[in-house]
Write a protein that binds this ligand. Structure first.
Ligand SMILES: Cc1ncc(COP(=O)(O)O)c(C=O)c1O
Length: 364
């Protein structure tokens, strides 16, 4: 926490809006728009519901196909399944680790030649790395395919000098406990398309008709963010740029300290943007005798938590029915990658301690 959140929560209590509506919720959305530059946004219970609402508002349903990244967390694509649509995974490129635009183009053209087109594309911005959105949008535009940018991990990162997600039809964000900013749990849908955001808000509030008596023409969801959690979000948004600076500094320091180990490479940063370095991720050369699990275990012995890279979703049983275009890049990143401790509150000494343990593993 930044320190001011409790004051905003107190204000929320004083307003007596202990509900998914109220002045702090409005203020949080207003501040979010000011910081990111999006014209409209709606705060919801989490990042997964943000994607779900967007797909629902775009009319994605049974018989539709949605293209998503395979190298990501399940929350990126779970909503495709909620909507009973078909999911096709796309591999990453090695330069950014995000959805490979060349494969996207190839897949869209291949579907077009069969008279089909995807109902949406959801590129994930992995570990805070912005995706090449202009390129993705340019590929999708002639086919009128909406791009929903999963920016759950990349709040505060920039693409060509603007906030991530800006040229997508909508971008979605997460304020889960592990994210660069948190409201304990929360999410946001942001877009310049007022009608789309209105539809998302309508579905997030049980699809209630705007009449005094309760009337529903279709079934929605109870997905709106609580006013109390939005109060936490106001305090958090105020320190976003500080958080990004700290995460980037942590990543740079890791880079310096691990540089002497030839077998280690840092996750590359795309030339067109600036990652928020939500997580600092390394890969270990496949010829090294040290494997990611050795590093993770050695850190664990020192009570330091680290994680493997996301396990590509096309390899999970839950997605056994989903096709994957490529997949080798994502699989190799999973087999070689380790996500290092990257919390904004880490001190330089903490980073030195982690790097020292890693150094010891490679010197054995
Ligand atoms: C890439 C990605 N997409 C979606 C989500 C889902 O967000 P939430 O946990 O807020 O539902 C997360 C994280 O949790 C994520 O990392």
């Amino acid at each position: 926490m930044a320190g001011t959140e409790l004051e905003y929560v107190k204000q929320a209590f004083e307003s007596n809006y202990i509900a998914p509506v109220g002045p702090q919720l409005n203020q949080f959305e207003q501040l979010f728009k000011e910081i990111t530059g999006f014209e409209h946004c709606v705060a919801v219970v989490n990042g997964t519901s943000a994607i779900h609402l967007t797909l629902r508002a775009l009319g994605v349903g049974p018989g539709d196909t949605v293209l998503g990244s395979t190298l990501t967390f399940v929350g990126s694509v779970a909503a495709v399944k909620y909507q009973n649509a078909d999911l096709v995974f796309l591999d990453s490129d090695l330069e950014t680790w995000n959805m490979d635009p060349n494969l996207l183009e190839q897949e869209i053209k291949s579907l077009a030649s069969q008279g089909k087109k995807p109902a949406a594309v959801i590129p994930t911005e992995l570990y805070g790395q912005p995706c090449d959105l202009d390129r993705i949008v340019e590929i999708c535009k002639p086919f009128e395919i909406p791009v929903v940018c999963d920016s759950a991990e990349s709040l505060g990162a920039s693409y060509k000098g603007r906030s991530v997600g800006r040229s997508a039809r909508a971008a979605t964000f997460s304020f889960n406990g592990n994210k660069i900013l948190t409201t304990s749990g929360g999410g946001m849908i942001a877009s310049d398309d007022l009608e789309l955001v209105k539809q998302c808000q309508y579905f997030a509030t049980q699809a209630r008709q705007p009449v005094l008596h309760y009337d529903h023409h279709e079934v929605g969801y109870n997905y709106r963010m609580s006013n109390i959690l939005a109060a936490i979000g106001i305090g958090q948004l105020e320190v976003l740029s500080e958080r990004v600076d700290r995460r980037r500094a942590i990543s740079t320091l890791y880079g310096e300290l691990l540089q002497p180990i030839d077998e280690i490479k840092m996750m590359p940063e795309a030339h067109y943007g600036q990652s928020n370095k939500w997580l600092t991720v390394i890969t270990i050369d496949q010829h090294s005798s040290v494997r990611p699990t050795d590093v993770i275990s050695a850190l664990q012995e020192e009570n330091i938590e680290s994680r493997p890279v996301w396990n590509p979703l096309h390899t999970h049983k839950a997605f056994a029915d989903c096709r994957c275009v490529g997949g080798e890049v994502a699989e190799s990143l999973f087999e070689s990658g380790v996500c290092l401790p990257s919390g904004s509150s880490m001190t330089d000494d903490d980073v030195h301690r982690v790097a020292q343990v890693i150094n010891t593993v490679f010197r054995k």
